[in-house]
Design a binder for this molecule. Structure first.
Ligand code: MSP
Length: 647
């Protein structure tokens, strides 16, 4: 199988930031995932270097446009290795090959009658580099750039986009996965339910010279989008050649919601006019905000990828962005959130599992992989959980739902950690008669580590090389790919010597100003603790405790509460359905909690929170370090019907 995945080509009027980094990390992760599945992958990114904005930015710096674009483009291409992103092609719209192909396409479409010359008066937004319709304005302003558009009247060339409107609508209906997630497909269909205007594709040279000259009129240059979108073809050597033939048939584009219309409407209609088959899929993600605020230069909250790597390391950054953002929805970046993920998911759950497991094999078996004996039900449960995790992982990673893939992986990390606790290798080690049992337990744990190394390879490149090396697996070993001929379990060879593994994910302290101040003053929760025990009224009687109605409940639906960044509205079954408002939104996405069993206080007096009546309380464990908070929902460790009493 083949995969061709592209990112947008980024404007060189600004330096790379978290948003560009995210899209490109996603494309890289997807490429690595597809390679694990055995696909031949081509991954393309690049820079968009023509247009008014670029001329303006160059002028501000007092340099010629070409010199300016060379500098910024190099900033993008040199950022990718820092993020362990390895594109197969980096395209620039100032490449002579690209310019040649854009001119050829313009001529072809002109010759076939889909480009015409006309006088036009329209509302032009500099920020969007396109004319806006009246309908798109909010309070007379462009909703994205918060500026009123300029009224411009000039003669220009137009692409007959309207001619292809119905064909595009039919195509979207016939190919349900053409635009995903669904919400963006619906947005496009809603837009297409109104008559489509033709697309202005030129600028007179009197207004803009920094562009590709029209082959049929040297007084004009192409308008930004007609130039930029074609990069997806020119990077394959269009119109001929094996590269083009093999890859175009499997093309998948990845973008954020800001450039949905050019990709979902301009580009397919251009392809229809060119008589080139449409791309296969358009994957659309949401926007990263910073501390719940839009990232912007004027606010001064733009996050640079290199600074993040310096502060947290590339593995943590990649893991965090993929785990934290529900693909398609907006997400908020904060240093607290990334530190919390590093400490809870990486240092505690995953890092401890590896170090504990390897240390036990070292201690009890001199670091040599033992041969397993007969598997018991407990071991087989781990194997089953591994199979479930692998199946889910492959399904959702292929659909760009990386957060769900990582969630499934961490559920398995939990299974492995609990297996260590319940199988008690340290007790087995004390009893000579249990030597074979200990072998089986250690082997089960090591196989779990191998599978974790496998599934995390697309996400954390450096860390998984170390994890594999500790298990004596080379970076390209087939046993850490998805090509194991259907064999999931038992691929580690007994008798192999394990290698040492340095601390994978150190715990991070967030050394913000606030935390330093808190360190100076006694922590409030400590005071409470030291009082507890000395004051009799801090103890409750058994009778008081008995009043509490604690129950196991299943979360069957969850949604964020509007205007609150803390609250989720949960529908739980215990066993009857009820609504509970829980302050967990900063720690859990709504879709991530559905299906979980939690423990609730069922006999709390109903109370109204943000207009919603809450009938109970969900219990969670909380850990506070300075200004960083970890919160984990409570649950039960086995299978029990919802509604069961907790006593
Ligand atoms: N040059 C055009 C794209 C042409 S593609 C044929 C362009 N460039 S851009 O530099 O503005 O990049 C936009 C893209 O950068 C988004 O679609 C997204 O991939 C990424 N992001 C920029 N800011 C972002 C966020 N705040 N959050 C997430 N991604 C964002 O548009």
């Amino acid at each position: 199988m083949k995969t061709y995945i592209t990112t947008p080509i980024y404007y060189v009027n600004a330096q790379p930031h978290l948003g560009h980094a995210y899209t490109t990390i996603v494309a890289d992760t997807y490429s690595r995932f597809r390679r694990l599945c055995g696909d031949k992958v081509r991954f393309q990114t690049g820079t968009d270097e023509h247009g008014d904005k670029i001329v303006e930015a160059a002028a501000k710096q007092g340099v010629a446009p070409k010199e300016y674009v060379d500098t910024i483009s190099a900033m993008f291409s040199s950022t990718w290795p820092i993020l362990e992103v390895e594109p197969d092609n980096f395209i620039r719209t100032t490449d002579p090959d690209h310019i040649r192909v854009v001119q050829k396409i313009l001529q072809d479409v002109y010759d076939s009658g889909d480009i015409y010359f006309d006088e036009y008066t329209g509302l032009y937004c500099q920020g969007c580099e396109r004319y806006l319709t009246e309908k798109e304005l909010v309070d007379g302003k462009c909703p994205d750039h918060q500026k009123p558009p300029e009224e411009i009247a000039e003669a220009n060339y137009f692409f007959r986009m309207s001619r292809y409107q119905q064909k595009l609508i039919d195509h979207i209906h016939a190919h349900p996965e053409f635009i995903t997630p669904e919400r963006y497909k619906n947005e496009v269909l809603a837009f297409l339910s109104e008559p489509l205007e033709d697309l202005c594709i030129s600028r007179p040279k009197s207004r803009l010279t920094w562009g590709i000259e029209l082959p049929f009129d040297d007084k004009f240059v192409t308008y930004v989008w007609f130039d930029a979108l074609i990069n997806y073809l020119t990077g394959l050597g269009y119109p001929e050649g094996q590269l083009f033939e093999e890859n175009w048939a499997v093309a998948e584009h990845l973008i954020a919601k800001d450039i949905l219309k050019p990709h979902a409407i301009y580009w397919p209609t251009m392809l229809l006019a060119m008589k080139v088959p449409l791309y296969q899929k358009l994957h659309v993600h949401g926007y990263w905000n910073v501390d719940d605020t839009k990232m912007s230069k004027s606010i001064g909250n733009v996050v640079r990828p290199k600074e993040l790597v310096d502060a947290y390391g590339v593995d943590t950054l990649r893991y965090f962005t993929l785990r934290e953002m529900s693909f398609g929805l907006d997400s908020s970046f904060s240093s607290e959130a990334i530190v919390a993920r590093q400490n809870a998911d990486l240092a505690n759950d995953l890092g401890n599992l590896f170090s504990r497991a390897l240390a036990m094999v070292q201690k009890y078996r001199s670091g040599i992989i033992p041969a397993p004996g007969t598997y018991t039900a407990a071991d087989l449960e781990v194997q089953e959980a591994a199979e479930t995790m692998l199946a889910r992982y492959q399904e959702v990673m292929g659909q760009f739902n990386f957060h769900l893939g990582l969630q499934a992986v961490w559920e398995f990390v939990g299974v492995a950690n609990r297996y260590i606790v319940t199988s008690e290798p340290w007790t087995l080690a004390k009893d000579e008669g249990q030597a074979k049992r200990l072998d089986t337990v250690l082997y089960t744990i090591l196989e779990s580590l191998r599978l974790l190394t496998l599934v995390l390879r697309p996400v954390m490149v450096g860390a998984t090389v170390k994890m594999g090396a500790a298990l004596s697996l080379a970076a390209d070993d087939a046993r850490i790919s998805l090509l194991t001929q259907g064999r999931v379990w038992g691929l580690l060879k007994a008798g192999t010597q394990l290698q040492t593994l340095a601390n994978l994910f150190p715990r991070l302290e967030k050394e913000g100003k606030e935390q330093k101040e808190q360190k100076a003053a006694p922590a409030p929760q400590k005071q409470e603790q030291s009082n507890a025990g000395s004051e009799d009224d801090s103890l409750i009687s058994f009778e008081d405790f008995k009043k509490l109605d604690l129950r196991v409940a299943e979360i069957v639906a969850a949604e964020p509460i509007k205007k609150s960044d803390r609250l989720l509205k949960l529908t739980v079954k215990a066993p009857e359905e009820r609504t509970i408002v829980a302050g967990i939104a900063q720690h859990y996405n709504a879709e991530d909690v559905i299906g979980r069993q939690v423990i609730i206080v069922a006999n709390l007096k109903p109370t109204k929170l943000m207009g919603v009546t809450s009938q109970g309380m969900v219990l969670a464990a909380k850990d506070i370090h300075g200004d960083e908070e970890t919160l984990i929902l409570t649950s039960v460790s086995g299978v029990i019907p919802s509604g069961s009493k907790v006593a």
